[in-house]
Design a protein. Structure first.
Length: 460
């Protein structure tokens, strides 16, 4: 880094004459009016940034730390400079750099200037890459699969004529969990579509949403097999005093726990889908997040392990930047549905959905929401759908987004961030349903929009 230090030594004979001027000009120059002196910058002698260079990928974060006088923390003003006229990303007051959605044409310089002495500063550089090339996270296995009476897994309404299954899903590093499926299969299926509710997906899609049936039934009428996923069961060994939320019941964090959803999707593709037909999914909010993890971290959207032809992401994915959602220092995100710019912060949802993913009784995310603590920042960044090692290119998977005009939560800005950085088949774009809330299928035209999109775009 570059460290600047200024000093002024004034001769003994001229000190008294200069003292009055020194007082008047003290904001510019500090003069010793007794013995000889130097400008100490309010005790700031040097500034440094750690690390001096970093690498991240588009849409992700990287943390810089400023210190003074060889290691003490300091207060800084952070600035970015780089290729003129390009989006360089943002950096907040803690030194957390957020990369832009498009790779800049050159490296970006980070400057930390001491608030106590503006002549003291240091610089570092950050390189932004398109994506990291890493192996996908490991899928789990379905240890048991049983056909069950639908009433035994809580089916009380919704579309008629379904068959139900109960699976036991086992994923690396997390507790086994049972999951229920409700399957409606037409005589000549042209494709299979997964439906997942929000949060940890522990409700039936067609029963949770006011017009859930209006989203599912048209697909059955159009000869698609519909498979609703319900994580209603508590994982094996879960403590009685813990907060459980479907596939988000930890510990493990949302990325690792998303293995449960991805493993179920793979099992449905292999066991319930008619061969050589399309395979698609839609999920709302956390359900959209599960699908995003499946393609960004579990390899189900690209290469030889791709299974999805089309994803209809509604009101999310909400796990795009878990660091921004929990620490709540991210920038406002402009939205397309008339709300202006919205915050990516999870607020009360942190306690309901993110805390259980890290600990059955913990407050890892919700405590950061209130304190802006960066203690778990690295964990939050790595657990994001836009983590530095995420795959963001899905050349043969079509992805579309739908948001509600009455949604003011974090799902839309988080979803917009993911939409802006992925490369999918065709161009990823969003539509708005003006009268729909965050629960998109609570509005009839929201449910109709979902059904219409799936009928038109779920094909190989």
């Amino acid at each position: 880094g570059l460290n600047h230090s200024n000093s002024a030594v004034v001769g003994q004979g001229s000190r008294l004459g200069l003292c009055f001027a020194a007082v008047m000009l003290s904001t510019i120059l500090m003069v010793g009016c007794g013995g000889g002196g130097s400008n100490s910058g309010l005790g700031i002698e040097s500034v440094a940034i750690t690390p001096t260079a970093g690498t991240t990928v588009i849409g992700s974060g990287f943390k810089f730390t400023g210190t003074v006088n060889g290691g003490s923390p300091g207060m800084f003003t952070w600035q970015l400079s780089g290729p003129p006229g390009e989006n360089l990303g943002t950096i907040d007051s803690t030194g957390l750099y957020n990369a832009p959605a498009i790779v800049p044409s050159g490296n970006i310089t980070i400057t930390a200037t001491s608030r106590a002495d503006s002549t003291k500063f240091a610089t570092a550089t950050v390189t932004v890459m398109r994506t990291a090339n890493v192996a996908p996270d490991l899928l789990g296995t379905v240890k048991n699969s049983t056909s069950v009476d639908c009433a035994s897994v809580g089916v009380t309404a919704g579309v008629a004529g379904g068959m139900c299954y109960q699976l036991t899903v086992s994923c690396p590093g997390v507790a086994d969990e049972d999951v229920a499926l409700k399957v409606n299969t037409p005589a000549n299926s042209v494709g299979t579509i997964l439906f997942t509710a929000g949060g940890g997906g522990k409700s039936w899609y067609d029963e949770l949403f006011v017009h859930g049936t209006d989203a599912v039934q048209p697909l059955i009428d159009a000869n698609f097999t519909t498979v609703q996923i319900n994580f209603e069961f508590t994982p094996v060994g879960y403590p009685g005093n813990g907060k459980a939320d479907g596939w988000l019941s930890g510990p493990g964090g949302p990325r690792k726990l998303a293995c449960r959803w991805a493993t179920v999707a793979q099992w449905v593709h292999d066991n319930l889908r008619t061969p050589a037909t399309a395979f698609c999914a839609t999920g709302n909010s956390g359900g959209a997040g599960a699908a995003a993890y499946a393609v960004s971290h579990y390899g189900l959207g690209s290469g030889q392990t791709r299974i999805f032809d089309f994803l209809e992401e509604t009101s999310g994915p909400v796990f795009t930047r878990v660091d921004q959602g929990c620490v709540c220092t991210g920038p406002l995100v402009p939205t397309p549905c008339g709300q202006g710019a919205l915050a990516t912060c999870y607020l009360d949802d942190a306690n309901a959905f993110l805390d259980p993913s890290y600990s059955p009784t913990g407050t890892e995310c919700s405590s950061a929401v209130s304190s802006h603590s960066i203690t778990n920042l690295t964990t939050f960044i790595n657990d994001s759908a836009l983590s530095p090692d995420a795959n963001l290119i899905y050349a043969n998977t079509d992805i579309h987004f739908v948001f509600g005009g009455l949604d003011s939560g974090s799902g839309m800005p988080q979803g917009i961030e993911w939409m802006s950085v992925i490369t999918a088949k065709g161009s990823a774009a969003a539509d708005c349903v003006a009268d729909a809330p965050h629960e998109l299928a609570d509005a009839l035209d929201g449910a109709t929009k979902i059904a219409d999109d799936l009928v038109q775009r779920c094909h190989q």
